[in-house]
Design a protein around this ligand. Structure first.
Ligand code: RNT
Ligand code: ZN
Length: 422
């Protein structure tokens, strides 16, 4: 009781302090209702999936490093872990599945054979949890992806196989959206590329375009399905060329009215995804984000509250684009408690959004319009030492989830009672 009152009192003080800059903290907390983070399923088991009993991530230039015990080995365990994660997060989330996480009932079902029924138990679970689902075709960890090209393969049989897979995935995604009453974002990312300098980039890109045209020739209502395409600069073993580069997909998305998916690890380190938001939103209706933390490369470390994530959040809020940006996460770190990784990463993303919502935007714009650069920078710096933590703690308390460091012991207890027994 005492702690509760203290958190409320600190919040009241913080409210006054923000109000003096024209910021309404209650309104910011209210706006957090619109912030739904899509939790990627693949941090539960290091991008393994359930096609075969011992499935592990293979190829595609992406890697999960580490062998911390306790990873999810069954669908039941994934669900249980995610329920635990969601218990520790304020607000409402979504869940983002990859095609290899289907409920295949112990049978091997190849990617060009998957159907809605393999995902019905997920849809039922999402309904019970009151959450929406997002979906992804899985064009890696498969023998037909080993040659380095999937949707852009010159081998017509291979290309057709992946087109069929992706068409089926969109159908499944549309059904998820329909049954759950909230549109599913289906994201296409393919690892296609080459290790060394190729001479025929043109044909591969023409083939990728052709495949996408075939895939998108099936139409679904936007209330059920939203399509995004994800670009990348390079991958491990695919250093020289990525077929689905940013230029390629941005062009495709604009011309074909698709969402562009911006992954924070998929650009040159000096580029900022936050800067791209207002640029892309001039030409596409919506964006998908894969927020992650690259260290020197697309390493997919757990998201923290760093400048990159803050800029993304600030640019969403400053662009008044809460409804146009689908905020997803995409990290996979196998070196630490995976539930802890989710909670740290998602809370960091939520904190970034709250921080952005607490920005004195009118004042900052006024200074900017008056060319008062010193004043603008001064206020931006001052915001860093405002009692943000008091607002965040009150938000967690209001949402009935652990405040401050309290989530650490809850995760330790879950590790003891559940994860350590796997
Ligand atoms: C890979 C892409 C892609 C994957 C997931 C698992 O670099 O970021 O989004 O991480 O599909
Ligand atoms: Zn991604």
């Amino acid at each position: 009781m005492e702690q509760k009152e203290q958190i409320k009192n600190l919040y009241d003080l913080a409210r006054k302090e923000y109000a003096s800059l024209g910021v309404d903290t209650d309104r910011a907390l209210d706006a957090m209702k619109e912030v739904q983070i899509s939790l990627h399923c693949w941090q539960t088991d290091d991008v393994g999936g359930f096609e075969t009993p011992d499935a592990v991530l293979g190829g595609g230039g992406i890697q999960a490093t580490g062998n911390y015990p306790g990873k999810a080995k069954t669908i039941q365990q994934v669900k249980q872990d995610i329920e635990k994660v969601m218990e520790l997060l304020p607000g409402k989330q979504r869940f983002n599945l990859h095609a290899i996480y289907g409920d295949f009932g112990g049978q091997f079902v190849d990617r060009d054979q998957i159907e809605v029924r393999h995902f019905q138990t997920w849809i039922d679970w999402a309904k019970e949890q009151g959450i929406g689902l997002d979906f992804n075709c899985t064009c890696f960890s498969h023998p037909k992806a080993e040659a380095g090209f999937t949707l852009s393969s010159k081998d017509e049989k291979i290309r057709k196989f992946w087109v069929e897979h992706t068409r089926r995935c969109r159908k499944i995604g549309a059904e998820m959206g329909k049954q759950l009453g909230t549109p599913c974002v289906h994201n296409i990312w393919v690892p296609d590329g080459s290790k060394d300098i190729p001479v025929d980039r043109f044909t591969h890109r023409a083939l990728l375009k052709k495949s996408l045209d075939e895939i998108f020739s099936d139409h679904y209502p936007k209330t059920h399905l939203k399509d995004s395409v994800e670009s990348k600069l390079f991958g491990i073993g695919l250093e020289a060329m990525t077929v689905g580069s940013h230029d390629f997909y941005l062009g495709y998305a604009i011309r074909n009215d698709k969402l562009i998916c911006l992954d924070s690890g998929h650009f040159h380190p000096t580029e900022q995804v936050g800067d791209k938001i207002s640029a892309c939103l001039q030409f596409v209706d919506e964006l998908m984000l894969h927020v992650t933390r690259p260290i020197r490369w697309d390493s997919d470390h757990v998201v923290t509250l760093n400048d990159d994530v803050l800029l993304i959040a600030q640019e969403i809020v400053r662009s008044n684009a809460l409804k146009r940006v689908n905020f997803g996460l995409d990290f996979f770190d196998a070196s630490m408690n995976r539930i802890g990784a989710y909670v740290i990463g998602t809370r960091a993303a939520q904190q970034a959004m709250l921080f952005a919502l607490l920005e004195p935007i009118e004042l900052l714009k006024k200074y900017e319009n008056e060319e008062k650069s010193f004043e603008r920078l001064a206020v931006m710096e001052l915001m860093k030492t405002k009692p943000f933590g008091a607002v965040w703690n009150y938000y967690c308390q209001k949402e009935g989830v652990p405040v401050g460091e309290d989530y650490i012991k809850e995760i330790q207890a879950y590790e003891k009672s559940e994860l350590s027994k796997r």
